[in-house]
Ligand binder design. Structure first.
Ligand SMILES: [Zn+2]
Length: 225
């Protein structure tokens, strides 16, 4: 074999390795990089949902040990989302209020560090996002939520509890109880009308549809305000 041929053959694996690294590299913005990005594109701002949306209720499970990790992940019980996501949620809330309901948020923007921690605990990308890609929560583009009754202040009955890994949690899983079916239907319908898409395997998880260009962020809540 000629020397040139050998040299080419030896180079090929290195070339493919380099391009793979380039494609797979996840960009994670810290606070300064995020602030810079907001200066250039103001719609990237993370909005405090508790302040922006009237009557919204926060029940931030990861700020308590009452979540699937059994650990306190967040230091503060707050919820943030990118500006267009917060605005869409605000308009959905206006519609829910007309029905006598209010949005109750379990989780919204999630710092990338938390996603890494979830993966360390669960270690299975069927149930938690891979740290290689991050999740839409990390981009401030996904909300976990349910509805509560404004009069009774109680959560509406839904097919499962939050963060259930059961098949009944799937958004289109059959429901025999007509009340539960009605509750899940109004939740999904109103949010869909306002630009969200329900996750196939989690009735409580909604992705905002217009999220292109929003980066994965790693800023703890206490650094956001
Ligand atoms: Zn979620």
């Amino acid at each position: 074999m000629k020397l040139v041929t050998i040299a080419i053959l030896l180079t090929i694996p290195f070339i493919s390795l380099i391009s793979q690294n380039k494609e797979n590299k996840l960009i994670v913005l810290d606070r300064l990089a995020y602030e810079d990005s907001v200066k250039k594109i103001p719609s990237k701002e993370l909005i405090n949902l508790g302040k922006k949306i009237p009557n919204i209720v926060l029940d931030i499970k990861y700020a308590t040990p009452n979540n699937f990790t059994k650990q306190v992940i967040y230091k503060e019980a707050k919820a943030f989302a990118r500006k267009p996501v917060a605005e869409a949620l605000d308009s959905a809330q206006k519609e829910f209020l007309k029905h006598g309901y209010s949005i109750k948020v379990f989780d919204a923007y999630r710092p990338y560090t938390a996603t890494v921690k979830f993966f360390e605990i669960i270690g299975d990308t069927r149930y938690v996002a891979s740290p290689k890609t991050g999740s839409r929560h990390n981009k401030g583009c996904a909300i976990d939520l349910t509805l509560m009754d404004l009069k009774t202040k109680k959560e509406l009955s839904m097919p499962t509890e939050y963060d259930s890994f059961r098949k009944e949690a799937w958004a289109e899983a059959p429901v025999s109880d007509s009340e539960i079916l009605k509750n899940r239907t109004i939740l999904i319908q109103v949010l869909t009308n306002h630009g969200f898409r329900v996750n196939k395997t989690e009735w409580w998880h909604f992705d905002f549809v217009g999220c292109a260009g929003f980066e994965v962020l790693d800023i703890p809540f206490e650094e956001l305000e």
